[in-house]
Design a protein. Structure first.
Ligand SMILES: Nc1nc2c(c(=O)[nH]1)N[C@H]1C(S)=C(S)[C@@H](COP(=O)(O)O)O[C@H]1N2
Ligand SMILES: [Mo]
Length: 213
C-alpha cells in the first residue's frame, strides 16, 4: 500500500470514528469515572418493563413511618414546595455512566424537615408506581444533592425516565433512585428493596464498586 493510500485509509477511519461519536471510554484512575464504568452520551432506560401512566390529578406522594407529621401530597402541593436544581453524574450498575445530568425538584431535606422523623428513624424505604422499591440509609439521603426530581434538562421528566417524579441519589448507583416515586417511609430497621433482595449491594457506592452483595 502506498503511503498516500495508507494515510487516506487512516484518515477515513478517524472520520468514521468521529462520526460515530467515539471517545475514550476509560478515564485514568482518580478521575471522574468510577471503577469499571464507561461513559455514555445517550441516556439508556432501565425499568421493570412497565412505565406506569399516572395522571397528575391522581398522583400522590405519601411520606410516613417514624415521622411526627405524615403527609400525602398532591401534585400541586408537592410542586409548591421550594425547588432546587443540581447537576450530577449518573452511574448505572450495568457499567454506563452519564455526566452532567441537570435535575430540578424538591430536596430530600425539605421533605425531611416537613415530616420530622423521630430519632429512631435510620433507614428510608422508597416505593414506586410500577411496584419497584429500594432502600437507603437515612444519612445518605440527607446529602444536599439528593432530590425528588420532576425536571430533567429543564424539561418535565419524561415518563421513561421516571416521570412525573423520581428520586436522584448521585453518590450511589442509580438503582437506589426510585423512578415513578409513590411513597417514602422512615424506618428504624433496614428493609431490602427490589434489587437488594435479588443480590444487589445494600450500600451501592460506585467508588467502591459495590455492585453485588
Ligand atoms: N420505579 C423504578 N425505579 C427505578 C428502576 C425501575 O425499574 N423502576 N430501575 C432502576 C435502575 S436499575 C436504574 S439504573 C435507574 C435507571 O434510570 P433511567 O431509566 O432513567 O436511566 O432507575 C432505577 N430506578
Ligand atoms: Mo441499574
Amino acid at each position: 500500500m502506498s503511503k498516500e493510500r495508507y494515510i487516506l485509509a487512516k484518515q477515513q477511519w478517524a472520520e468514521k470514528q468521529t462520526a460515530r461519536g467515539f471517545r475514550p471510554r476509560i478515564e485514568p484512575a482518580g478521575g471522574r469515572l468510577p471503577p469499571g464504568q464507561r461513559l455514555t452520551d445517550g441516556f439508556p432506560v432501565l425499568d421493570l418493563g412497565v412505565q406506569p401512566d399516572i395522571p397528575l390529578a391522581e398522583w400522590r406522594l405519601t411520606i410516613d413511618g417514624l415521622v411526627e407529621m405524615p403527609v400525602c401530597l398532591t401534585w400541586e402541593e408537592f410542586n409548591a414546595l421550594p425547588q432546587v436544581s443540581d447537576t450530577s453524574d449518573f452511574h448505572c450498575v450495568t457499567t454506563w455512566s452519564k455526566y452532567d445530568c441537570r435535575w430540578t425538584g424538591v430536596a430530600f431535606t425539605t421533605l425531611y424537615e416537613m415530616v420530622r422523623p423521630t430519632p429512631e428513624a435510620r433507614f428510608v424505604y422508597f416505593t414506586s408506581y410500577d411496584g419497584y422499591s429500594t432502600n437507603v440509609a437515612l444519612e445518605q439521603c440527607l446529602s444536599d444533592d439528593v432530590l425528588i426530581a420532576t425536571t430533567f434538562e429543564e424539561h418535565p421528566l419524561p415518563r421513561e425516565h421516571g416521570g412525573p417524579a423520581r428520586v436522584i441519589i448521585p453518590k450511589l448507583y442509580a438503582w437506589k433512585g426510585a423512578k415513578f416515586i409513590k411513597g417514602i417511609s422512615f424506618l428504624a430497621e433496614d428493609k431490602l428493596g427490589f434489587w437488594e433482595v435479588r443480590g444487589y449491594s445494600n450500600s451501592a457506592d460506585p467508588w467502591k464498586e459495590e455492585r453485588y452483595a
